[in-house]
Design a protein around this ligand. Structure first.
Ligand code: URA
Length: 211
């Protein structure tokens, strides 16, 4: 498992405002989208492209276009929805698959309540988005679905991660699958309720105004 924590002042600035408990939902959603643009820019460096002949008003030239098979973006509902718009704006030709997952707040076990993924993910570059990589349980469940559909190349984009979650992903995938994580921050730890410290609280609640 490869972990990337891009070092960029705009990411750090926006993440600081996002974390602040005084930031309201409208601003939180906007900042999430902006952070997705910045993270997607880094996370898609390996996106496959092929040459494309075009003609500008001045003459012919060869550019590139995103190659087929189309990349797939998979938001993990609920909180991953907040990152979905930004991702498909960056990769407008992507196909979208959905995974609905919920974490039991007592046991911290993740379970699936909805799944609409393309049936065959062989050769597809898959970008799974979920803001908080806490215990890793949800992301592991999600990535396991993707691998079971034939995906070999999975990139997770998160806003805030805990070392416990990163370790769980390493233990699960090292040596068996090509999994990469891009995260805006790697925080200190999880608390006894499974929240990332300092984190930003419950990402879904903050995105959708539940708090
Ligand atoms: N999910 C969240 O929304 N926040 C956390 O800190 C951990 C899991």
């Amino acid at each position: 498992m490869e972990l990337h924590v891009p070092d960029h002042p705009l990411i750090d600035h926006k993440l600081t405002v996002l974390r602040d408990e005084r930031t309201d939902s409208a601003r939180f959603r906007l900042l999430t989208e902006e952070l997705v643009y910045l993270l997607a820019y880094e996370a898609t460096r390996g996106l496959r492209v092929s040459p494309k002949e075009i003609t500008t008003p001045v003459g012919p030239t060869t550019g590139v276009e995103i190659s087929g098979p189309r990349p797939v973006v998979v938001p993990i509902l609920r909180a991953g929805l907040g990152m979905f718009e930004g991702m498909i704006r960056m990769i407008p030709t992507a196909e979208v698959g959905f995974l609905g997952m919920v974490r039991d707040e007592e046991t911290l076990e993740a379970s699936t309540y909805a799944e609409r993924l393309p049936t065959d993910l062989t050769d597809r570059q898959v970008y799974v988005v979920d803001p908080m990589l806490a215990t890793g349980g949800t992301l592991i469940l999600a990535i396991d679905y993707l691998l079971a559909r034939g995906a070999h190349d999975v990139t997770a984009i998160c806003l805030v991660s805990a070392p416990e979650g990163v370790k769980a992903l390493e233990e699960r995938y090292d040596g068996i699958a090509n999994v990469t994580v891009y995260t805006a921050a790697l925080d200190e730890k999880l608390n006894e309720h499974g929240y990332i410290v300092p984190g930003l609280g419950d990402a879904g609640d903050r995105l959708y105004g539940v708090v």
